[in-house]
Ligand binder design. Structure first.
Ligand SMILES: [Fe+2]
Length: 192
C-alpha cells in the first residue's frame, strides 16, 4: 500500500474503543447532509482521560457530520482563512467506500461563499474549477486530517456515513487547536 501523505492525513491506532459515551446519538436517517455539535458530556471518559494523559483537551464538543449514501459535500475550508493549518481527529462510522479529497486553491481564486455550517462553524466554499486535486484518503478510526485547506468528502452509494470530528488542543492553549506538524509529534507513538 502506498505510504500515507502525512501533510493531509495521519492514520492512528490508539487504545480507545469509542470517542462517544453513546454511539446511538448517530441515528440520522434523512437524505440531506447534517452537521451538528454533540455535547461535551457525549465524550467518553476513556477518550477524555487518554487525551488528558497527553496534556490535551477537546477544544469544543465533537462535530458530527452526517452524509447520506450517495451524497457529497462541496469543496470547503473549515475556518476563517484560506490557507490555514488545522488538524482534527476524525472518526468515521460506516460510509464504506467514502473518500476525503484535498485541493490546492488556484492562484487568485476567491471563495464563492463564506458562510457558517448548521453547527455555526465557519465554512469557506469553492467551486471545483477553482482548485487542483492534491490527495485523497479514506478516513479511518481515527485519522488526523488537515481541514485548513480546501477539501471535501464523497460518500459512496452503499451506506450512510457519520463522521465524529474532534478538534484537540494543548491544555496550556485550549482554543488553539493543533497543526499537522504538532499532531505528528504528539501522536508519533500511535501512527498506524
Ligand atoms: Fe471540512
Amino acid at each position: 500500500m502506498a505510504k500515507v501523505n502525512t501533510n493531509y492525513a495521519i492514520d492512528l491506532s490508539i487504545p480507545i474503543s469509542h470517542p462517544l459515551v453513546n454511539p446511538a446519538i448517530l441515528n440520522q436517517t434523512g437524505d440531506q447532509t447534517e452537521i451538528w455539535f454533540a455535547n461535551h458530556s457525549d465524550v467518553s471518559d476513556e477518550f477524555r482521560s487518554w487525551l488528558d494523559s497527553l496534556g490535551l483537551v477537546i477544544t469544543y464538543p465533537p462535530l458530527i457530520f452526517y452524509t447520506p449514501k450517495g451524497k457529497q459535500c462541496g469543496i470547503h475550508i473549515d475556518g476563517h482563512s484560506p490557507d490555514a493549518d488545522r488538524a482534527v481527529m476524525n472518526w468515521c462510522v460506516q460510509g464504506a467506500g467514502s473518500m476525503m479529497h484535498w485541493y490546492k486553491l488556484k492562484e487568485g481564486e476567491q471563495p464563492f461563499e463564506t458562510t457558517d455550517t448548521q453547527a455555526g462553524t465557519p465554512y469557506i466554499q469553492y467551486h471545483p474549477n477553482q482548485v487542483n486535486h492534491l490527495y485523497s484518503h479514506v478516513v479511518k478510526w481515527p485519522t488526523i486530517v488537515q481541514t485548513g485547506i480546501p477539501h471535501n468528502i464523497h460518500n459512496n452509494v452503499w451506506e450512510p456515513r457519520w463522521l465524529i470530528s474532534c478538534d484537540i488542543s494543548r491544555k496550556e492553549n485550549p482554543e488553539a487547536g493543533l497543526t499537522i506538524a504538532e499532531s505528528l509529534e504528539i501522536f508519533k507513538s500511535w501512527i498506524a
